[in-house]
Design a protein around this ligand. Structure first.
Ligand code: TPP
Ligand code: MG
Length: 557
């Protein structure tokens, strides 16, 4: 075969991705990835062409979380790769498997303006980086990247010099066996009977038990088992923020535990004498830094039980097992009890209490974000996919108790704002038949507002709800509590409705909640994308900020 008739390396690399089952790729092209991306598209992969590389990876993160597949994104070399430095640590911390096809500067040039040492930049984020510099081994390198991303549950970035991609293919005709055929089929790990007996003793002696589920419980499908355990112990149920909604219709679920706990939830947590954390990473924020259940012992049921996490002693009692099998075995080993913490009055209180009752004076023409969330909870259809972004306002829109876990997504392990719009795109790509509603702050939305254009062009069904306090709320409340000037944290309210219309989306401003149900109905009937801008007061301070930043905290003694 003459060199002209041979396929190019990028053709084969595109095939290697298709063979891995890749059906969606979040893409921003440049010299070092465009030939490959065009071939990937020709071979049937849906390409979502975004407007910032950060958003390509962030969208792939949400896609991976929603589909349980490996999320795939591609960026060009140099400035394309350096844009990823905020998204990758977030994916690492959230244990999301990603493969990113990154270009590298051409090897043939002694100088290239976009050249930069990419490996240390990527590795500093906690992601792995593999330079692939031998064309005939590249398909194996790609396959191994998928294996690694799945096994280690983290992003793997491939660096492929673009001059090598353009060469004629001289490697083997057959592609390597894809990762899906090689991955070990792992059955859930059952607990050891001795550990079960010890745990059962501990639980039997406790009087006020809280079963506290994390995402591991969701993934192990341990929800029903947790409900049974809580019922048998006469105790309560709660979840971390990412797992919120796992027990949404249980009378004895107190919602989220952690920074986003409700008033009533906090009260019961303070009374607990045993917390059983199930499929849970025991992260700092989920335990309120150890402050929320001070009297309680902690039993950790997980495949990787922990004693110390993120600088804190977290659990003294451990049951190593798959979340579901561990909880089922523990429940079976428990004797029936004669007393229960649960009462009907407790259930009524949980059902009838507002998440936060603090009274604030709201300026005329502005909304209380808590009222806006309550009205949205009522009005939004039950089958819409919810995405919770970031910022101070996220406390409020996490409080939508009727929404089940499978319709909810948040990824916040790196604490970055600006990701909501990308996560919404990732969910919309993963669930094309659904409407996605994304809740964001004005500051966060502004950070990647350019993606409204992507949403429009790709005809994604996304309704963006902005809690627009005209400020970086998280900052303004802290500055006020310290009696510092508000400069740099208060900006005034951008006209998001007009901005949205400028991008060809729908846009509405809300200074009243009247007519919301009708507008939701109309939107549900037409589909499409819109930004709804709720003008909320910046005087309403979330309970978390009130606790952590009481007025005068830094006042001089
Ligand atoms: C990338 C990044 N930059 C800055 C911050 C610091 N920060 C945390 S919350 C916040 C304000 C967010 O404002 P907005 O989205 O309007 O939400 P609000 O807090 O007002 O409800 C900022 C700047 C951050 N967490 N991440
Ligand atoms: Mg704001």
């Amino acid at each position: 075969m003459t060199n002209e008739a041979k396929p190019r390396v990028y053709d084969v690399l595109a095939k290697a991705f298709i063979q891995e089952g890749v059906s969606t790729c979040f893409t921003l092209m440049g010299d070092a990835n465009m030939n490959w991306a065009a071939r990937l598209r020709q071979q049937g992969c849906r390409m979502v062409f975004v407007r910032h590389e950060h958003c390509a990876v962030a969208a792939a993160m949400a896609y991976a979380r929603k589909t349980s597949e490996v999320g795939v994104a591609t960026v060009t070399c140099g400035p394309g790769v350096t844009q990823l430095i905020t998204a990758l640590p977030a994916a690492v911390r959230a244990h999301l498997p990603l493969v990113v096809f990154g270009g590298e500067a051409p090897l043939r040039s002694s100088w290239y303006n976009q050249g930069i040492d990419q490996a240390p930049i990527i590795k500093a984020t906690g992601a792995d980086y593999h330079p692939l510099h031998l064309p005939e081994r590249m398909p194996i390198g790609i396959r191994d990247a998928f294996l690694q991303a799945r096994r280690e549950r983290r992003p793997v970035v491939l660096g492929i010099p673009f001059d090598l991609q353009e060469r004629a293919w001289d490697g083997p005709e057959k592609l390597p066996t894809p990762s899906g055929q090689l991955l070990p089929r792992l059955s859930p790990i059952p607990p050891h009977p001795d550990d079960v007996a010890k745990a059962a003793e501990l639980v039997a002696a406790a009087e006020r038990v809280v079963v506290f589920a994390g995402l591991g419980a969701v993934q192990a499908k341990a929800g029903p088992a947790c409900r049974t355990l809580a019922a048998k112990t006469g105790g309560l149920l709660t979840t971390t923020l990412p797992a919120r909604g796992l027990f949404h219709d249980d009378l004895y679920c107190i919602g989220i535990t952690g920074s986003f706990s409700t008033e009533v939830g906090l009260e019961y947590l303070a009374q607990a004498d045993l917390v059983i954390a199930v499929g849970h990473s025991l992260a700092y924020h989920a335990g309120g830094g150890g402050q929320l259940f001070r009297k309680a012992k902690m039993l950790h049921i997980d495949v990787d039980p922990r004693a110390v996490r993120q600088g804190q002693e977290v659990a003294r009692h451990h049951l190593r097992a798959d979340a579901r099998l561990g909880v089922e075995a523990l429940t079976a080993a428990l004797p029936a009890r004669s007393t229960t913490w649960r009462t009907e009055a407790m259930a009524a209180r949980i059902r009838d209490s507002k998440p936060d009752n603090h009274v604030f004076e709201i300026e005329p023409g502005l909304l209380d974000p808590r009222d806006a969330v309550e009205a949205l909870e009522e009005a939004l259809p039950a089958d819409w996919e919810l995405v919770n972004s970031s910022g101070h306002c996220s406390w409020f829109f996490a409080q939508m108790p009727s929404r089940p876990q499978e319709k909810f997504l948040t990824i916040r392990e790196f604490g970055a704002i600006g990701n909501g719009i990308s996560f919404a795109m990732g969910v919309a790509a993963a669930r094309p038949d659904r409407t996605v509603v994304m809740f964001d702050g004005d500051g966060s939305l502004m950070m990647h507002i350019q993606e409204l254009e992507t949403i429009k062009r790709h005809k994604l069904n996304i309704l963006i709800i902005v809690m627009n306090d005209g400020a970086y709320g998280s900052e303004v409340h802290k500055l006020r509590s310290e009696e510092l000037p508000e400069d740099g944290s208060v900006f005034g309210r951008p006209d998001f409705a007009a901005i949205a219309r400028g991008f060809g989306l729908g846009g509405k401003t809300f200074t009243s909640l009247d007519g919301l149900p009708k507008l939701v109905e109309e939107f549900a009937a037409t589909g499409g994308a819109a930004v709804w801008d709720f003008h909320v007061s910046d005087k309403v301070v979330s309970p978390t900020i009130r606790r952590a930043h009481p007025p005068g905290k830094h006042a001089k003694a």
